[in-house]
Design a protein around this ligand. Structure first.
Ligand code: 1DF
Ligand code: MN
Length: 349
């Protein structure tokens, strides 16, 4: 693919939720799986498969996710992707103890920055952080954005069962808001307290469990009042918002009733309706959901300026989906927003 293609097309295609991993991270996942001290069924089912299975799905994933040069660029070319926003794969460093997680976030972010320097027109990236140490995570976002040129941070939803609506994590939001960079809340498998009914039929990961867990996380943030405290904070959700856009009217109705009846100290009045925050403090990417009816619905409900393309490489590498998305019923101007300009605005590319 040449620069010419993008010029003729009228837009570049930027894919905004593209996974990468280091050999070291995958080895540390294998170590955790071999031990008994970290007993998390979601992690076991996900990385027990991807880190150790000999099936083509797993070996191919392992090859592709670690390549940051020829193979990845060739795959991007074959699919017609001009630029990829790289996110350290889920659950990132969030499964380790705090000191290791903090150190690993730093060294991985340094590596990511070096990769981007090798291919500055093809790659950009988000910082990995360790919410286990919220102040260190806030400092790492600042270092990654100011010194490494990364474009925000990715947090793979819950951290060992803890959610970011707990005020102990809010230094992270203060840093993102002050730097004017988004936090991408990427899925994680449901934590032990949530996962049991998903497991018997392998429904815990990308097929559905991710969306339940991550959609819940976004709602916890909204109901906690985090966006009244940090009104400029911007969160990015993949997978077309993990189902939430479909729920707007019911969530508003039920939340108003819960607040009016004072049913819980954890659900106090907010300045706006839940759907207002979902429209004003969130962006949505299409990762793994390149299906015209869903994409069109989310664009209509959340705003054409809030929906961006993502592929979710290498987990859902479907080169043909780009051709389908090129045919979305959009004006040339809106198609360019979808593939390119919204991402440039949100991530300052
Ligand atoms: C899967 C899918 C795994 C996504 C991921 O990270 C991931 C999967 C571990 O297929 O198991 O990022 N995804 O975003 O849909
Ligand atoms: Mn993903």
């Amino acid at each position: 693919m040449s620069q010419n293609d993008a010029v003729q097309r009228g837009y570049q295609r930027i894919a905004t939720e593209e996974a990468w991993a280091t050999p070291e991270l995958i080895q540390r996942y294998r170590d955790l799986l071999a031990g008994t001290e970290f007993d998390d069924p979601g992690f076991r089912n996900l990385w027990g498969f991807f880190a150790t299975s000999d099936t083509p799905r797993a070996t191919d994933l392992r090859d592709r996710i670690q390549d940051l040069d020829e193979r990845r660029l060739a795959d991007m070319d074959a699919a017609g992707i001009d630029m990829a926003l790289l996110l350290l794969t889920a659950p990132g460093v969030q499964v380790f103890d705090a000191p290791e997680a903090v150190a690993l976030a730093r060294s991985t972010n340094d590596l990511l920055a070096a990769t981007i320097r090798r291919h500055p027109t093809r790659f950009a990236g988000l910082a990995a952080v360790a919410p286990q140490d919220p102040r260190a995570a806030a400092r790492e976002i600042e270092r990654a954005v100011r010194q490494l040129g990364l474009k925000g941070a990715v947090i793979n939803s819950h951290t060992q069962g803890e959610y970011l609506d707990d005020e102990k994590f809010w230094d992270i939001f203060a840093a993102a808001e002050a730097l004017d960079v988004p936090i991408y809340i990427h899925p994680n498998s449901p934590p032990p307290a949530m996962i049991q009914p998903f497991l018997p039929r392998c429904l815990d990961a990308a097929i559905f469990g991710f969306a339940c867990e991550t959609g819940l996380h976004a709602l916890r943030l909204i109901v906690s009042g985090v966006f009244d405290r940090f009104p400029k904070l911007q969160i990015v959700l993949g997978h077309l918002g993990e189902g939430l856009p479909f729920w707007l009217s019911r969530i508003d109705f039920m939340h108003a009733g819960i607040v009016r009846s004072n049913r819980s100290p954890g659900a106090q009045p907010l300045r706006k309706k839940p759907s207002d925050y979902l429209r004003e403090n969130f962006y949505y990417t299409t990762s793994g959901m390149a299906w015209e009816p869903s994409v069109t619905f989310v664009q209509q409900q959340m705003g054409i300026e809030r929906v961006m393309y993502a592929m979710d490489y290498p987990y859902q590498y479907v080169p043909e989906e780009v051709t389908q998305m090129d045919r979305l019923p959009l004006s040339p101007e809106h198609l360019k927003m979808f593939y390119e300009s919204n991402a440039r605005t949100v991530f300052k590319l």
